[in-house]
Structures are given as structure tokens and as C-alpha cells.
Design a protein around this ligand. Structure first.
Ligand code: SAM
Length: 240
């Protein structure tokens, strides 16, 4: 149950600075003018750049920890519904930041607890994200459970809303039926176009997704298949 979860009223209400303290916007009192100074109560919430990569249902964070050093100038967030798992990832981030104080590594990654099937647009503004990862989502095999899948026509519209044109949704699963389901729903959505095989295989994130997620490693150990599909957020057509 997620009744204890809280959500920001809007993306600007989100206290990102507490998640990325190294990127907290500093308010210089001497230079602050009426036009450029954030409102007093917002000052602590501001960060110097927007979050651009989201790992939906990040689990123990393997993907995040592998991607963070590859995208040192980009902010990454993992979103996870299980409290203990989310705390594990936060604890690991604290430790990695502490071990890497000299270089500042891992300051660009965080994890927050959320049910991503609800209120995703409360966290991210329209066209904010460049990449969304859906790695080994729970398959919910039974037909009556399909509505619990994190890919659906409705949720795809939310992913389309928070992604910028040109942004990419990455999917991977070992369940062929779920793979077909995800492809079917994204291909049918007017905002998305599937990447071709060649472009997909050239993307460094695809290799990371196959090898660095906990589920990806498990499936690899068991000799299972991994099905990958990536989808580009297209420009919205002009108004008639
Ligand atoms: N992505 C990780 C990986 O590839 O190793 C974890 C995959 S695990 C099978 C699915 C994860 O999604 C679990 O950690 C689960 O708690 C999380 N999850 C399921 N539904 C969610 C939701 N609505 N919001 C956030 N996380 C969710």
C-alpha cells in the first residue's frame, strides 16, 4: 500500500536540493535582486540544473550506480516503491559520496520513494527528462493483473509528457510476452517511435541496462534471454 506516500503538489514544490546537496542553488544575498532571487521559502529547494534521467522501479540501483559516472554532468533519480529497497539505495549513495569526496562522484544520483504509477507529472515538468528507464518491470502475468503493468496507454502519455522531444524510453525484460506488450503499447502511441536495431545497439545505456541491473545479472546467470526495446519521444505535431 502506498497510502503513506507523499507527493509534491507540483515539480517546483519538490525539495530536490536535499537530494542533491552538491547542486543546491546558493542564494547570494549581496547580489540578490528582486527579479532574480528565488522566494525565501523556495531558496532551499532549488538546484542548479534539472533532473534528466529517471529509473522507474530502480530496485537496488545497479543501473543508477553504473550510469552516474558515465553521465557526470547529468542528474539521475531512481524511483522505487519499496521502503527498505529505497533506503538501501539511499544508504549506498551516502557511502559512495563519502568515499568520493575528492572527486565529487555520485553527487549526481539519488533515489526517492514513490509509486510511479501515480503523480509522475508532480515530480517532473513537461519535457524535463531526456531518458526514462523501465528495467525488468514486474510482469503481472495474469490478464486481470495487466492493469498493474507500468506500460499502458495512459502511463505512456505520462512518460511522453515528462520526456523532451528526442528523449528516449529504454525497456528491457526477460518475459517475452511483456516485451511484446511494451512494444505494442509504445508503437501504438503517437508520441513514440521505436529505435532501429543499429541505433539501439550503439547506445551505451543499452549495454549498461543488459549487464548492470540486478535483474539483468540474475537473468544472465540463469542463461535467460533479455528483450530490449527503446522508443524516441517525437515532436508534437503543430496545432492545425
Ligand atoms: N529495475 C530493477 C532491475 O532491473 O534490477 C528492479 C526490477 S524489479 C523486478 C521491479 C521493481 O519495481 C521492484 O523493485 C519494485 O518494488 C518496483 N516497483 C514496482 N511497481 C512500482 C511502482 N508503481 N512504483 C515504483 N516502483 C515500483
Amino acid at each position: 500500500s502506498d497510502h503513506s506516500l507523499t507527493y509534491p503538489k507540483s515539480p517546483s514544490d519538490m525539495d530536490w536540493a536535499s537530494y542533491y546537496p552538491a547542486y543546491a542553488a546558493k542564494v547570494d544575498e549581496s547580489e540578490a535582486t528582486v527579479t532574480q532571487a528565488p522566494k525565501e521559502e523556495d531558496a532551499s529547494k532549488q538546484i542548479t540544473r534539472p533532473v534528466e534521467i529517471a529509473d522507474i522501479g530502480c530496485g537496488y540501483g545497479g543501473l543508477l550506480f553504473a550510469l552516474a559516472p558515465k553521465f557526470p554532468d547529468t542528474l539521475l533519480v531512481g524511483m522505487e516503491i519499496r521502503i527498505s529497497v529505497c533506503e538501501f539505495v539511499q544508504e549506498k549513495i551516502r557511502a559512495l559520496r563519502h568515499q568520493n569526496l575528492a572527486t565529487g562522484a555520485y553527487q549526481n544520483v539519488t533515489c526517492l520513494r514513490a509509486n510511479t504509477m501515480k503523480f509522475l507529472p508532480n515530480f517532473f515538468a513537461k519535457a524535463q527528462l531526456a531518458k526514462i528507464f523501465l528495467c525488468f518491470p514486474d510482469p503481472h502475468f495474469k490478464a486481470r493483473k495487466h492493469k498493474a503493468r507500468i506500460v499502458s496507454t495512459t502511463l505512456n502519455s505520462e512518460y511522453a509528457y515528462v520526456l523532451k522531444p528526442g528523449g528516449i524510453v529504454y525497456t528491457i525484460t526477460d518475459v517475452e510476452d511483456l516485451h511484446n506488450w511494451m512494444v505494442e503499447h509504445f508503437v501504438a502511441h503517437p508520441s513514440f517511435k521505436r529505435l532501429g536495431e543499429e541505433e539501439q545497439e550503439q547506445d551505451v545505456c543499452v549495454e549498461v541496462m543488459r549487464t548492470e541491473t540486478e535483474e539483468g545479472k540474475k537473468v544472465g546467470r540463469n542463461g535467460g534471454q533479455k528483450f530490449v526495446a527503446c522508443f524516441r519521444r517525437m515532436e508534437d505535431p503543430p496545432w492545425p
